[in-house]
Design a binder for this molecule. Structure first.
Ligand code: NAD
Ligand code: UGA
Length: 500
């Protein structure tokens, strides 16, 4: 496209007319996870003429996507079940017939997991691309005719080159009838969990990176069914891949920055909410993503920054790598700082003490616990012998068992005098917060679920063992509700002594 500005509306109009002939009729998305499921549901909803197949090797997950009871979908996202109800079986299908659905598709989204490598070269930093590579090989083998392959997963810069090479290598060359062709695009996803449907329906921007104009416009025109053209950005493929990593790094950087300042606020008598408001009203800084909390979680921030660290080192830029690595180090330090602070306030020991944990998901409105701050904080407290009564509206016991590496002990729910027995380091999942607080020494709010801000603290305070502590790592408890209840209260980043 030479010197032309790809985002010039005039050019885009021209291109749309010129390439109207590429119309996508059949999409296959490989990976029915937190991105694949919601993204394809919204595409199916906005593009009723396109048949959308979401495939996954995980049969159990696919069966949950197909469950008649929409409360059993594998992913909880506000607004998702309503769309599934409307489109599933109409133009949206979930299946584990990966090969067949690849063969039928004219556009394939790769939306598989890209976690940090656990072993080998680059372990602990580089992305493990084995799932992406497997997809590329499957696509190369089973696709028919011309297929546009779209990177939806978050990938290291230059992955498109690897995908292209794999696709080229598996093409049959002799029989003309069987000849296949591919174009690879990068179309990273910017949705946040908990607001995924809103983010997909009203995106700040859609990013499409690629070299082939026809393919770019084919994808562009899918989004045009509901996204204004001015919000669709076209770049070269490497800028698109790198922009995704950069966006997450910048967002995570803001959280580590404000959490670092929060610790300083606690030490100096300042209040991080006031500091956030003061700096956020500067237009250049902006007010979003300045809430101090228990440290960022989620499957992506840490992995994407570590990937950036790996890439920077790989390209001989250790200073750049060190700069970004510090964001992750501070986040980890901050989470352990909270555990230590709780232990200190409870007279230096939590051994045999009952502590209620409110929230296990990494943020509100999701059942996702990946990299949740709750995992590190609960593990620290369990290691110190605390007895944890954990509440979360959406997270299931089996997930917490995996995350903590420890089985739930349901029996402890009914034991009256826990401190007298030998239950150190046990945990259970609770439903009724007020009843479960009976005899607890502390409550720690770790996820900002709305219901926690509406709790009846008068009732709760009656049940706690005094002197009792409430730790609010999300700043969601209204101070006036906790005032005069004979409770010790700590909240994140609050160094002021006028809380009551
Ligand atoms: P996920 O683990 O929830 O889902 C990935 C799915 O891919 C799994 O169900 C897995 O079984 C399936 N899969 C893996 N290899 C497969 C194969 N060869 N064939 C068929 N299925 C296969 O992951 P996710 O959270 O949806 O993330 C996917 C990608 O999107 C990652 O690269 C992530 O960084 C990126 N991303 C995630 C989010 C988010 O909010 N979770 C947001 C933006 C981008
Ligand atoms: C994040 C990005 O916001 C998305 O744009 C991106 O697509 C996604 O990662 C991804 O690539 O996976 P997500 O992790 O779902 O989305 O959720 P966020 O709202 O970004 O929250 C991440 C973590 O930061 C949570 O633990 C949250 O509680 C924490 N956070 C967020 C704060 O502590 N303070 C804030 O002000 C904002």
């Amino acid at each position: 496209m030479g010197e032309l500005n790809r985002n010039d509306p005039a050019l885009i109009n021209l291109e749309s007319q010129q390439f109207m002939n590429i119309t996508i009729k059949n999409i296959c998305c490989i990976g029915a996870g937190y991105v694949g499921g919601p993204t394809m549901s919204v595409i199916a909803d906005k593009c009723p003429d396109i048949l959308v197949n979401v495939v996954d090797v995980n049969k159990e997950r696919i069966e949950l996507w197909n469950s008649a009871d929409l409360d059993k979908l594998p992913i909880y996202e506000p607004g998702l079940k309503e769309i599934i109800n409307k489109r599933r079986g109409v133009n949206l299908y979930f299946s584990y017939e990966v090969e067949d659905k690849i063969a039928e598709a004219d556009m394939i989204f790769i939306s598989v997991n890209t976690p940090t490598k656990k072993k080998g070269f680059g372990a602990g930093q580089a992305s493990d691309l084995k799932w992406v590579e497997r997809c590329a090989r499957q696509v190369g083998k089973f696709a028919k005719g011309h297929t546009i392959v779209v990177e939806k997963s978050t990938l290291p810069v230059k992955t498109a080159e690897v995908i292209k090479k794999i696709l080229q290598a598996v093409q049959p060359t002799k029989n003309y009838q069987k000849k296949k062709s591919f174009n690879v695009l990068s179309n990273p996803e910017f949705l946040s969990e908990g607001t995924a449907i809103k983010d997909l329906e009203f995106p700040d921007r859609v990013l499409i990176g690629g070299e082939d104009t026809k393919s770019i416009m084919a994808l562009n025109n899918i989004y045009r069914n509901w996204v204004p053209q001015t919000k669709i950005i076209h770049t070269n493929i490497w800028s698109s891949e790198l922009a995704k990593l950069t966006a997450n790094a910048f967002l995570a950087q803001r959280i580590s920055s404000i959490n670092a300042i929060g610790a300083l606020c606690e030490a100096t008598g300042a209040d991080v909410r006031e500091v956030s408001r003061a700096i956020g009203s500067d237009n250049r800084i902006g007010s979003k993503f300045l809430d101090s909390g228990p440290g960022f979680g989620g499957s992506c921030f840490k992995k994407d920054i570590l990937n950036l660290v790996y890439l920077s080192n790989y390209f001989g830029l250790p200073e750049v790598a060190n700069f970004w690595e510090q964001i992750v180090k501070l986040n980890s330090w901050h989470q352990h700082r909270i555990s230590e602070l709780v232990i200190k306030k409870l007279f230096g020991t939590v051994s045999g003490k009952k502590i209620c944990i409110l929230g296990f998901a990494f943020k509100a409105n999701t059942n996702d616990t990946r990299e949740s701050a709750a995992i590190n904080i609960c593990n620290d407290l369990i290691a110190e012998g605390a007895i944890l009564f954990i509440h979360d509206p959406k997270v299931e016991s089996k997930q917490i068992e995996i995350d903590l590496g420890k089985k739930e002990n349901k029996e402890i729910k009914d034991i009256k005098n826990l401190n007298a027995g030998n239950y150190e380091g046990n945990w259970c999942l609770i439903k009724n917060i007020i009843a479960s607080c009976d005899g607890a020494d502390a409550i720690i709010v770790l996820t900002e679920w709305d219901e926690y801000s509406k709790l009846d603290w008068f009732e709760i305070s009656k049940n706690l063992r005094k002197p009792a502590w409430v730790f609010d790592a999300r700043s969601i408890i209204p101070i006036k509700k906790i005032k005069n209840l004979n409770l010790n209260f700590w909240r994140i980043g609050d160094g002021s002594d006028n809380k009551f």
